[in-house]
Design a protein around this ligand. Structure first.
Ligand SMILES: Nc1ncnc2c1ncn2[C@@H]1O[C@H](COP(=O)(O)OP(=O)(O)OP(=O)(O)O)[C@@H](O)[C@H]1O
Length: 341
């Protein structure tokens, strides 16, 4: 379990103060993956540095399984840091060492006996699917294999928490998915608590249980993935369930445009037919997407009602069927560009 409470980090540049983190709080239960997504400059790197004690927060606390990291003395920082395994963007391997040598590095620093290091190295490389690659140098490995070594090294000291900083942004799409699936699998098998820092929604969709949107040092939206996806208005939902641009009929010839989000059981129901029959109107489907997020099926539809339809009554009916629905401005429906934060 990792609990971050009211974390603040202020940098000083001469007389100027730069607030990089402005009261960040989050809680990640053991065995789950939390994504922190944000644009460049949002404060992601600062958060990583504060979580790993590479930087001291100005105020606030980081608690890992009951140990308050931000309160440990400088002399104990190294031991405290071992409770967090770090996975970096490019693997960050030592080129002069073999795969086994890289995995061994943190164990050597911790004074682990040689024989244990050798055994543990072999075991960890097997765990990440690199059995037989013990003696390969980073230059002889693919990007995905290097990242697997990076993950094995992060797990060497048996950490409670795995902190992955843009773990796949240097990889192609297929390798990205392999690495993400490996992180998810290890989380489930080893009961890790994982925080993934990313700027890619795909990473969040594929492996996260919960997500926080970081912006200008603040968490502006957060929650379990299935909850945020169900909030039609939220930016995270729009990025999770993007719709292609639609072309509604504008002016008097076109009726109101309605966004409908169906989840779980309601995604299987013939909701649109129900509306058409009950109100004796036509519904023109402008755009739609169906996605499985966090194991739940979501159907996101944008429809245009016939001119003169009673939109308020249609919305009431839809909500009564357990469906999230809201009217949107037809001009807004015609805009492209959903899918990005
Ligand atoms: N050592 C520092 N001194 C002064 N300002 C800093 C320092 N480190 C970061 N900042 C500022 O804090 C803010 C957050 O930066 P940070 O690097 O954490 O963002 P980020 O989300 O990681 O961005 P990126 O994805 O580009 O790395 C920025 O305004 C940045 O200029």
């Amino acid at each position: 379990m990792i609990t971050v409470t009211d974390l603040r980090k202020v940098y000083r540049q001469g007389k100027r103060e730069i607030v990089a983190l402005d009261g960040v709080s989050l809680s990640v239960p053991q065995g789950s993956v939390h994504g922190i997504i944000g644009h460049s400059g949002a404060g992601k790197s600062t958060l990583v540095r504060c979580l790993t004690l590479l930087d001291r927060p100005t105020s606030g606390s980081v608690d890992i399984n009951g140990t308050v990291l931000s309160a440990v003395k400088d002399s104990e920082v190294r031991a405290a840091r071992r409770r967090i395994g770090m996975v970096f963007q490019h693997g960050n391997l030592l080129d002069s060492r073999t795969a086994a040598g890289n995995v061994a590095h943190p164990l050597e620093l911790a004074g682990t006996p040689k024989e244990t290091i050798r055994e543990r190295g072999r075991e960890l490389l097997r765990l990440v699917g690199l059995e037989g690659f013990e003696n390969a140098y980073p230059s002889q490995l693919s990007g995905g294999q290097r990242q697997r070594v990076g993950i094995a090294r992060a797990l060497a000291a048996d950490p409670d928490v795995l902190l992955c900083d843009e773990p796949t942004s240097a990889l192609d799409p297929a390798t990205t998915d392999e690495i993400l699936d490996l992180i998810r699998d290890l989380t489930d098998r080893l009961g890790l608590t994982v925080v993934v820092i990313t700027h890619e929604m795909h990473v969040v969709k594929r492996i996260c249980d919960s997500v926080s949107l970081l912006e200008k040092g603040r968490i502006v939206e957060h929650g379990p993935l299935t909850d945020v996806a169900a909030r039609l208005d939220s930016r995270l939902a729009k990025a999770l369930l993007p719709l292609p641009p639609a072309e509604p009929v504008l002016g008097a010839g076109g009726g109101d445009v309605v966004d409908i989000l169906m989840t779980g059981a309601s995604a299987q129901e013939p909701v649109l037919t129900g509306v058409a029959r009950r109100f004796d109107i036509d519904l023109n489907v402008l755009a739609g997407s169906v996605e499985t997020i966090g194991g739940t099926q979501f159907g996101h539809l944008r429809v245009q009602l016939s001119p003169g339809a009673d939109t308020a009554a249609v919305l009431d009916y839809l909500r009564g069927q357990g469906v999230t629905a809201k009217a949107i401005d037809p001009a807004e429906a015609a805009e492209a560009g959903e899918g990005e934060l």
